[in-house]
Design a protein around this ligand. Structure first.
Ligand code: NAP
Length: 341
């Protein structure tokens, strides 16, 4: 069976996902696209795909069985709620939504429908290195995890008005999600420290140093640098009671010559996580073809949104900001909801 998919948002990542859904992965066909910019949608549409005037008309089209949302964050809530109302399995890029109230509305709608439909685009969970790291931690041979050091360095961001909003709303959510997943724990509080400001981007508040306090006592430190210049550099090291487990640098090939010993650095997230995105969609296609979703849930999207909100409050207060979650609906503990975790 071929899953017939509609893609909303045909910008940078929308085009990359269209490439993988048409050229890399099997069992899927893009039958429609939609974007605020109709011309961009037409340019990105694979041959034979229809360009819809609105996301709503795409979502409710009988030709579309499942939806991929790659519009910008503030548009996600309305589009997700439409997809849930139409009972269509939906892959939604992170951030799932941009406010706690919006996250709760998505959870409420999905739970009311009684079937998991939403997968949030936290692709690190599908990365082979992160999966091996989790297997080691879950195996218990190193004892309990005590600290997780996570570095998230982007080469650059487009010029513009960047305060703390973008690094915390758009970037920290990945580290928040992977921390919860790796440590099998919830985040209960956040602190943010602002180191000396980098001169690499004149109007940029960069870098940020974030502390995530986990419910069982572990602490995660996250370096977020969004204008580091030299490439896209993701590091992770978990310190446990009896040992340390760390991600390898990627790509792993080491070159030795007259200039020394070195590894190259990926240019951006597309290069570093190319296989993780492929695997993320492989698993989504399988689940969506069965009428459901897998991997990161709307609950995970909610947790990441709360963390970003708390981090923004912590920038303003300079102190520790608590996170209070609602009771987790049992719906998200079912084997179906926890698949691929
Ligand atoms: P982008 O290049 O700006 O593309 C977004 C596209 O969506 C633009 O063409 C935009 O049109 C369109 N759009 C905005 N609102 C819309 C709406 N209501 N209905 C239909 N189309 C709409 O942004 P991007 O970098 O692709 O990011 C898109 C999403 O993916 C964001 O949520 C971002 O955080 C996420 N993302 C995730 C990762 C990851 O690693 N998982 C990496 C990059 C991005 P206009 O330009 O006309 O507004």
């Amino acid at each position: 069976m071929t899953l017939k998919v509609g893609v909303i948002g045909t910008g940078m990542i929308g085009q990359d996902h269209i490439r993988r859904l048409t050229r890399v992965l099997a069992g899927v066909e893009i039958v429609g696209v939609s974007d605020l910019d109709r011309k961009r949608a037409a340019g990105a549409a694979p041959e034979g795909a229809r360009v819809f005037d609105t996301p709503q008309s795409l979502i409710h089209s009988d030709a579309v069985q499942a939806v991929v949302i790659c519009s910008w964050g503030p548009a996600h809530e309305e589009q997700l709620l439409e997809c849930i109302a139409a009972s269509k399995p939906t892959f939604c890029e992170k951030p799932m939504v941009t406010s706690e109230a919006a996250a709760l509305r998505v959870i409420e709608a999905e739970v009311a429908g009684g079937r998991r439909l939403v997968q949030v685009g936290f692709m690190r969970r599908f990365d082979a290195d992160y999966r091996r790291l989790k297997t080691v931690i879950d195996g218990g041979s190193l004892g309990a995890p005590l600290m997780f050091h996570s570095a998230h360095r982007n080469a650059s961001v487009p010029p513009g008005l960047y305060t703390s909003e973008m690094p915390l709303n758009d970037t920290l959510v990945h580290d928040a999600d992977i921390s919860r997943w790796l440590l099998s724990d919830e985040i209960v509080g956040v602190e943010v420290r602002l180191p000396r400001r980098s001169r690499q981007g004149s109007d940029l508040r960069d870098p940020h140093f974030v502390l995530l306090h986990m419910a069982h006592g572990a602490i995660v430190d996250v370096e977020i640098s969004v204008n580091i210049g030299y490439g896209y550099d993701i590091r992770g090291e978990v310190s446990c009671e009896q040992g340390v487990a760390a991600l390898p640098n990627r790509p792993a090939t080491v070159v030795s010559d007259v200039n020394g010993v070195r590894q190259s650095i990926p240019a951006d997230w597309r290069e570093r996580f190319i296989e993780a995105y492929d695997q993320e969609f492989r698993e989504w296609i399988a689940a969506a073809s069965a009428g459901t979703a897998t991997g990161p849930t709307a609950w995970d999207g909610y947790a990441a949104t709360l963390t970003a909100d708390a981090a923004l409050r912590a920038v303003a207060s300079g102190g520790y900001e608590r996170i209070e979650m609602i009771d987790k609906p049992g719906f998200y503990d079912t084997p179906q909801a926890l698949a691929a975790e």
